[in-house]
Design a protein around this ligand. Structure first.
Ligand SMILES: Nc1ncnc2c1ncn2[C@@H]1O[C@H](COP(=O)(O)OP(=O)(O)O)[C@@H](O)[C@H]1O
Ligand SMILES: [Mg+2]
Length: 311
């Protein structure tokens, strides 16, 4: 259960049908907790950008509610929007502007008074201070992305949306971005990032939401998901079906399949397998003959693929 007082973004029954009838979001419910890194993972076309764009007021929802730090985006749009920084999927660059002017201007867009020391702090935090007087067009791709983040932070938002922050970015820069995002979270900013890279969600997120065809199919703590992913299952095919499971076997964590013709043992693949030797001893002690043994292992990749597979 989510404690409402900890939720900074609350999305309820949110739907979007674009003109032409395409349903990009279908009654999405989602809560993001204050101070977390939440990764919204999904294939291209799943509805990630649509969701972000609705929250940021760029796209209008067909149905549903969104509130940001308690402000409803339709009733209190300006207050809600002031809480949010957005780094969009497509970067917009004003080539001749300097880095510091670009960031300072963005602050002004939110009606905030100029605050050079705040802008300096942001530029220093993002290792852009040395580049403050460079025109945007003189920067490398990685630096431009940093400026986009600086711009999004200029009005001191409490939530930062990063829409596909590392799409098409090389590995080194991707790692830099991850470190940078963690630093922001450590400064108290809630981070919501979208990605279609499983690896990125795995690396960065406190929680992972999986979206497919406009529906949220899973929201789970990353560590819990990884633990689940680390599970292996051993299936022991029996020569003669059992009507019930002997107590000695159920104590060892075995379960009997519904048809009674196989035993299943789920174990943690990280841990040693000493339990398995004990199980075989118990089977012998109970006079249970078995045939085929199979083991299966689930990975996040498999979980993801099975969840987003076309019906
Ligand atoms: N302006 C638009 N008009 C019509 N359809 C759109 C528009 N924007 C996005 N879509 C469609 O909505 C679906 C979700 O798109 P999008 O939110 O961009 O997905 P994602 O960011 O997960 O790749 C896609 O099928 C896309 O083609
Ligand atoms: Mg997108």
């Amino acid at each position: 259960m989510i404690d409402d007082s900890l939720s900074i973004l609350s999305v309820s029954r949110l739907s979007k049908r674009y003109a032409g009838g395409h349903c990009a979001l279908d009654a999405v419910d989602l809560d993001v907790r204050k101070g977390e890194i939440f990764a919204l993972l999904g294939p291209n076309g799943a509805g990630k950008t649509t969701l972000i764009n609705i929250v940021c007021g760029i796209v209008t929802a067909t149905e549903g509610q969104v509130s940001v730090a308690g402000f409803d985006i339709s009733r209190d749009f300006r207050k809600a929007r002031s809480m949010i920084g957005l780094v969009p999927q497509e970067l917009f660059i004003e080539g001749f502007e300097t880095v510091s002017a670009t960031v300072a201007f963005s602050r002004g867009l939110f009606g905030l008074a100029p605050n050079p020391s705040r802008v300096e702090q942001i530029l220093r935090d993002l290792s852009l201070w040395d580049k403050r007087n460079s025109p945007m067009m003189a920067l490398s791709g990685g630096m431009k992305r940093r400026v986009m983040i600086a711009k999004a932070l200029a009005h001191e938002p409490r939530i930062l949306f990063l829409d596909e922050p590392t799409a098409g970015v090389d590995v080194d820069l991707r790692r830099d971005m991850w470190a940078l995002v963690r630093g922001l979270r450590d400064n108290g900013v809630t981070i919501i990032l979208t990605t279609h890279y499983i690896e990125e969600a795995e690396e960065m997120a406190d929680r992972i939401g999986i979206i497919n065809r406009g529906c949220i199919v899973l929201v789970e703590d990353k560590d819990r998901l990884m633990k689940r992913m680390g599970k292996r299952q051993l299936t022991i095919q029996l020569h003669r079906p059992l009507a019930s499971l002997p107590a000695a076997l159920s104590e060892r964590g075995l379960t009997l399949t519904e048809s009674g013709d196989a035993l299943v043992y789920t174990f943690d693949s990280q841990r040693d397998r000493s339990g398995i030797a004990d199980i075989f001893r118990s089977l012998a002690d109970n006079g249970i003959d078995f045939g085929d043994l199979t083991t299966t292992e689930s990975s996040l990749e498999e979980i993801f693929v099975s969840l987003v597979r076309a019906p």
